[in-house]
Ligand binder design. Structure first.
Ligand code: PTJ
Length: 213
């Protein structure tokens, strides 16, 4: 990754971009992930790149829901894998919750790379999408693991805009999301929506869960 001097006023933001670019080079993040990050950044500007009081409240709610869940699962896509690998793995061990790869832009290779990447960062088990078990949708996100999302009562789906969240809700699951765009379909449909940057929200969520435990 390119070195950015810490003194740069946009250090955090530029480092986040670097991670996404690296993710594309490594074949973990899709090229569309660059665009998604740009969309997120625009919304982050509007909230002054800080965690709002409302988001903090939602983080508390999400922590409680994850701890109360009987079978929680964390869904990981190509952006989440490179932006917060340690955090999603840490979260999965802390709750505990299963980790499952689920991507929109279909690529078996990329799914495998995300799994290897998470294992490299210390994940013990990473479930892979196997069967089209998510009803009501027709694209690649309908594939999931019978021992993962298919069985979950609470699913954590950070960074996605689409129709899977609604489908999961229709399947009587509770959904938690982190999304900088409060108007995305996922943000509007989820049980708990944390409008924040994943790079800030996940460390706070981990802290909150530690406190509650
Ligand atoms: O790996 P894949 O194939 O599953 O693709 C992953 C992306 C993210 C490219 C895919 O899910 C996608 O196209 O997502 P969207 O539809 O662009 O939605 C992503 C949402 O996440 C948007 O509402 C963005 O505003 C938001 N977002 C982007 N970056 C961040 C973010 N929210 C929080 N933190 C971010 N860093």
């Amino acid at each position: 990754m390119k070195k950015i001097p810490k003194s740069h006023p946009r250090y955090e933001s530029l480092m986040t971009r670097e991670k996404i670019v690296k993710g594309v080079e490594l074949g973990i993040t899709s090229q569309h992930g660059l665009i998604a990050q740009g969309r997120g950044e625009a919304f982050d500007y509007l909230i002054k790149e800080r965690t709002t009081e409302k988001a903090k409240k939602k983080i508390k709610k999400a922590a409680k829901l994850l701890l109360k869940a009987k079978y929680p699962v964390i869904s990981v896509n190509g952006n989440v894998a490179v932006l917060a690998p340690k955090e999603v793995i840490g979260l999965s061990k802390l709750i505990p919750a299963k980790l499952e790869v689920n991507i929109f832009h279909k690529s078996k290779e990329r799914e495998e790379r995300i799994k290897e990447w998470l294992i490299k960062y210390g994940a013990k088990e990473v479930l892979m999408p196997e069967k089209p078990l998510i009803k009501f949708i027709e694209h690649n996100r309908r594939f999931c693991n019978p021992e993962g999302i298919a069985k979950a009562d609470v699913v954590f789906v950070p960074l996605e805009d689409g129709d899977r969240c609604k489908a999961l809700i229709k399947m009587k699951k509770k959904v938690i999301t982190v999304d900088l765009n409060p108007m995305s379909r996922t943000a509007k449909a989820a049980t708990v929506t944390i409008v924040d940057n994943i790079t800030r929200a996940l460390p706070l969520l981990i802290e909150e869960i530690k406190k509650l435990k």
